[in-house]
Design a protein around this ligand. Structure first.
Ligand SMILES: [Zn+2]
Length: 502
């Protein structure tokens, strides 16, 4: 069995005085966290212990009981009669922060030693412990009760006493088949929320390697991400090479236009003020607006990718690694726009990965080298060109490709996506390297020239990476392909328009 974790976020409805109580509760929680962080700093050895042993040790150092009447650093200085589970939640939070801080510190020390040993100067500043604490209180069992679909009772510090408060909750309902984690009381702006992590168990999808090597009908959804209009181009192909469906997910122009407008505003504002204060973010609202736009698009596109994979029962999602960003020369706003588009690609991958995992689909990435220059059918280098131009040379970003070797013609992004999918199969199936490569759909053969792709293997010219002879049997999968052609046509007909609301 495999596990997937998500967070259910629910808004709380409460009276005006309750908001002040929640704030008091959070403030106390953070004081206790800070206190325990200091205790750990004074007894760093605690970090060598397991989480459970550390908890016991820290309680012994701080908690007054009959058998432990005079602890070294009494917690009673922060507050009397803290509920045990409130204290423990804070200890766990403090331990987490302390472990993170010390591991950063150790890495910094290692870098320093290394630099000094080489006789280099070392200017990097050491990490510092947190100066302020802004953690959200985790409510362990015992700090909440009577949880229903529309209300929950929470135990909170009101500033003067501990009190049980009943609050109404709205938002997504908790699924019944999932395991609930400890909820957190979270403030967003002026609103308080309850976030509940949930764990869902599902039948674990087999490892990608196993799926690819042992099950020929395994379907792979390959995704090519772009910064042009078609943000994502996805194709479904089986391990054996049949191409079943393609979809173009658009919206690139719209988000680029939206960014351009905001970046223009930022540029104008900067010209007006004349200078930018160092270390200070200018035009915060506009930058946030851009970020929200990008996040929204990434969210929608990734959901569509996973939906497409699910519709076609793909069990593997594959992307290419994001190469280094090569910003083109040009105006500030153009360069910034591309930078954001690049960032958004990373975000789409991240979002798609976890959304896919929640549906039992695994995600992988392949080497991005030449994915858009290779022919998906015969691996030769393709010509990439603009519509209406001659099919030769390589015009970066042009929409069409043509293969001088096998005659394949088609959409450049779709070709790239097929190459990406095939690369994943190749990684695991070394022995299949010489096997037939699925022909690109004949419908994609250029209509304007009327040139047919010659599917007769014998007449296809020599190719560098795949043997001619082996290519001859690529019609083995003929039946599957015939069927797939119909399906593909159908899918391509569906316009894939996403609606954004920036
Ligand atoms: Zn080719």
């Amino acid at each position: 069995m495999a596990k997937a974790t998500t967070t259910i976020k629910q808004v709380l409805n409460y009276g005006p005085d309750h908001a002040a109580w929640f704030a008091e509760n959070a403030a106390l929680y953070n004081r206790v966290c800070a206190f325990y962080f200091d205790v750990i700093q004074a007894h760093v050895k605690v970090l060598d212990l397991s989480h459970k042993e550390a908890l016991t040790a820290l309680e012994k150092l701080t908690h007054t009981t009959q058998s432990n009447p005079t602890p070294v650093m009494p917690l009673s200085e922060i507050g009397e009669d803290l509920p045990a589970l409130f204290r423990r939640a804070a200890i766990h939070a403090a331990l987490g922060s302390a472990r993170s801080f010390h591991s950063h510190l150790q890495k910094w020390q290692k870098r320093k030693e290394k630099a000094l040993a080489k006789g280099k100067k070392f200017h990097e500043r050491p990490p510092v412990p947190p100066r302020t604490w802004n953690k959200s209180a985790t409510l362990y069992a015992g700090m909440w009760k009577e949880r229903g679909s529309s209300s929950i009772v929470l135990k909170v510090w009101t500033g003067t006493c501990w009190s049980w408060v009943k609050v109404r909750i709205t938002g997504r309902e908790l699924p019944t088949d999932a395991e609930l984690g400890s909820p957190q009381l979270i403030r967003k702006g002026h609103q308080w929320w309850v976030h509940t992590p949930i764990e869902k168990q599902f039948k674990s999808p087999g490892k990608i390697e196993k799926q690819v090597t042992t099950n020929a009908p395994t379907k792979i959804c390959a995704v090519d991400l772009n910064i042009n209009e078609n943000i994502a181009v996805c194709t479904i192909q089986t391990v054996e090479g049949s191409i079943l469906a393609t979809t173009f997910i658009g919206g690139g122009r719209e988000i680029a236009g939206f960014r351009k407008k905001q970046l223009g505003r930022i540029a104008r504002n900067r010209r007006k003020t004349g200078m930018i204060a160092p270390g200070e973010q200018d035009n915060v609202d506009l930058w946030n607006k851009i970020r929200h736009g990008d996040e929204q698009v990434a969210h929608l596109i990734s959901a569509r990718i996973v939906q497409f994979a699910q519709t076609h029962e793909a069990t593997i999602l594959v992307f290419e690694h994001l190469g280094n960003l090569r910003p083109e020369r040009g105006k500030y706003s153009k360069r910034s726009n591309e930078k954001r588009a690049y960032w958004m690609k990373g975000r789409i991958f991240k979002d798609a990965k976890y959304k896919a995992y929640n549906e039992g689909i695994l995600t992988s990435r392949v080497n991005p080298r030449n994915t858009s220059r290779e022919c998906a059918r015969c691996r030769s280098l393709v010509a990439r060109y603009e519509e209406g131009k001659e099919a030769q040379g390589y015009t970066y970003g042009a929409p069409l490709v043509s293969c001088p070797e096998c005659g394949m013609r088609g959409n450049a992004d779709r070709n790239a996506s097929l190459v990406i999918g095939h690369r994943l199969v190749l990684r695991y199936q070394k022995s299949v390297q010489g096997k037939p490569l699925a022909p690109l759909h004949a419908e994609r053969v250029s209509r304007d020239t009327g040139v047919e792709v010659c599917q007769d293997a014998e007449s296809v010219g020599p190719r560098p990476s795949t043997g001619n002879a082996r290519h001859a049997d690529f019609n083995e999968h003929g039946t599957a392909q015939d069927m797939s052609l119909e399906m593909e046509k159908h899918i391509l007909d569906i316009a894939c328009q996403l609606r954004f609301s920036f």
